[in-house]
Ligand binder design. Sequence first.
Ligand code: AMP
Length: 218
Amino acid sequence: MRLVFLGAPGVGKGTQAERVAAQFHHPKISTGDILREAVRNKTALGLEAKACMDQGQLVPDAVVIGIIREKLAEPACARGFLLDGFPRTVAQAEALTGLLESTGQRLDRVFNFAVPRAEVVRRLSGRRSCPKCQAVYHVDSAPPQRTGLCDRCGADLMQRSDDLKETVEARLAVYEEQTAPLIAYYRQRGILSELDGSGPIEEVHRRLLGLLPKHGVA
Ligand code: AMP
């Protein structure tokens, strides 16, 4: 399966992508995770991306397309993959189509997660994540067993700097302007599935499984 998880920040697409990836043994590729790791390691990529990320703006298309080109060429992606947070612009979507076509592949499905704006803001402001293993929690709806500590690896949980209120507003505006047009883009191509992303994680997961292509192929 070659899947894209689309939606505004905070709709839960990363959490759901993580689960589906584990269930189907497909790699989950999150450009946000890759960029955050580069920022932490202070690589050239990280230094270039940091200013955009801190302001809630998108990193230039050429940078993220380069990341995806490298990732998709890895043998682990040969049987399928899940993209979380990519593409985020029409130019990225076009580049993805081109990359896949060059190896005779295509996307099977694009899932668009819809969640009311007030709920998105609530989810983002309560989100805490592990800087070591990327596990994600929510202070109210998915708290860790020991407050402030990752269940998986015990590291101190952190709030992402771009989950602070002012940056959240900027990210939602960027989403509306640059990413939301991808909904119509993929609908026109007949591969969009719309998904209600509100409610508990388990419930959304069940809804998503019901929409997945049967037997792993579209
Ligand atoms: P995310 O974790 O997906 O919310 O991404 C965090 C930040 O990384 C975004 O606000 C952008 O600054 C940057 N980013 C992640 N994915 C992309 C992408 N596909 N295109 C441009 N910037 C991205």
